[in-house]
Design a protein around this ligand. Structure first.
Ligand SMILES: O=P(O)(O)OP(=O)(O)OP(=O)(O)OC[C@H]1O[C@@H](n2cnc3c(O)ncnc32)[C@H](O)[C@@H]1O
Ligand SMILES: [Mg+2]
Length: 189
């Protein structure tokens, strides 16, 4: 039996991608979503992910998963990282590009961190996925976050220009979810 999991997120685009990635598999994990607005702490991507998942498990009183996505600029030693949401909201796609003007590299990586908690008394376990690329002038629909300004290495399209299944086969989210699935299946057997 595939496990049913509660995914706590306020982001409908994330949820849609997670469901699409899971359905690429023959025996998918079943996700139920819960939109709770959980305050996010400051810290490393791992600290942010652990605190959010711990709080989600407390609020639900049971097992759950959460996900945090960071966009990290090589020229800035990984910043904005987990704070990308606020940079994107205030600066937009063009501002993210301008942040890198004058720096020798526009290299960046997208980092997805899934956190799994067994319940309020358990320490969350993390699963990370990373896709390397670069920050480019916006191309493609501006539907999901910074998709239009991130072009993975080896691809000629930005995340936003790619058909959903192309993104979902190489994305940071796909790679993290693969590790989470392996963990859940090994726990089951
Ligand atoms: O409720 P949660 O799950 O925290 O949802 P959120 O939207 O607050 O998400 P994060 O805290 O992880 O912040 C990540 C930011 O990056 C954006 N983002 C996340 N995944 C993305 C992806 O695959 N492509 C483009 N933008 C993405 C997202 O819209 C946010 O602005
Ligand atoms: Mg968030």
């Amino acid at each position: 039996m595939a496990p049913t999991l509660i995914f706590v997120t306020g982001n409908a685009n994330k949820l849609k991608e997670v469901k699409a990635i899971l359905s690429q598999d023959s025996s998918p994990i079943v996700i139920e979503s819960r939109a709770l607005d959980i305050p996010e702490i400051q810290g490393t991507t791992q600290e942010v992910a652990i605190a959010k998942c711990r709080r989600a498990a407390e609020l639900l009183g049971g097992p759950c998963i959460t996900e945090d996505t960071a966009l990290c600029f090589e020229a800035m030693n990984g910043l904005p990282g987990p704070y990308i949401k606020y940079f994107l909201a205030d600066l937009g796609h063009e501002g993210l590009n301008r942040m890198l003007d004058g720096f020798p590299t526009r290299a960046a990586w997208a980092l997805c961190t899934f956190a799994y908690s067994d319940g309020p008394d358990s320490e969350p376990i993390l699963f990370e996925g990373r896709t390397d690329g670069s920050i480019v002038a916006a191309r493609g629909p501006g539907v999901f976050g910074w998709d239009a300004v991130f072009q993975p290495n080896g691809a000629s399209l930005t995340y936003a220009e790619m058909p959903a299944d192309q993104k979902n086969q190489l994305s940071h989210r796909y790679k993290a979810l693969k590790k989470l699935k392996e963990y859940l299946y090994s726990k089951e057997s």
